[in-house]
Design a protein around this ligand. Structure first.
Ligand SMILES: [Zn+2]
Ligand SMILES: [Zn+2]
Length: 181
């Protein structure tokens, strides 16, 4: 199982808060991440489940961005208890045997188990400081830092260049204001 891809799903759930208000929004997100079978059978109850989960995942990223690793772990452990994993060995589409975290069941459960296990895998395998919140205000998107030197600060290229432009303008303005010349 590729835990990083599940962690990326958690990031998407947090960042698509505006789209994830309707069933169509959830369907689109699932289809976009290759989960077409799930997209085809998603229900209102799954949507409610995902919306609730999304708020909790957001808290995990917020705590990580504040450097509160104890809180990150406590929140993830709480989520792991509420979303138990039911692993199965699967083989399909010519792929070698591989693990599926949750077979069958409701889409909301599969999404929850996947994203919680994904974040737990990142925290234990790479470190809690790999989860963050975009530093380009007012953006509050979550991101996963997979850079080799843990240098990521922004959710996207767009936010990074916006922050660079703002910093450049502040530098140009800066000396005049502070030197009083
Ligand atoms: Zn599979
Ligand atoms: Zn951003």
């Amino acid at each position: 199982m590729d835990l990083t891809s599940y962690a990326e799903l958690a990031v998407l759930l947090v960042n698509r808060r505006d789209d994830l208000k309707t069933l169509d929004g959830l369907r689109a997100l699932l289809a976009e991440t290759g989960r077409t079978e799930a997209a085809g059978r998603v229900t209102r109850r799954d949507l409610d489940h995902v919306i609730e989960l999304r708020d909790e995942l957001t808290e995990v990223f917020e705590s990580a961005a504040e450097g509160d690793e104890e809180d990150v772990v406590q929140r993830l452990n709480g989520l792991l208890v509420r979303h138990p994993v039911h692993p199965q060995i699967a083989g399909h589409d010519g792929q070698p045997w591989h693990m599926h975290l949750t077979e069958g069941g409701r889409v909301g459960d599969t999404v929850a188990v996947g994203s919680v296990m994904g974040l737990a895998g990142v925290v234990t395998g790479l470190g809690a400081d790999r989860l963050g919140i975009c530093q380009a205000a007012p953006c509050r998107n979550a991101y996963l830092d997979t850079s080799s030197n843990r240098s990521r600060r922004y959710c996207s290229e767009r936010c990074a260049s916006r922050a660079n432009v703002a910093a450049y303008r502040a530098r140009k303005r800066g000396p005049k204001a502070s030197d009083g010349q």
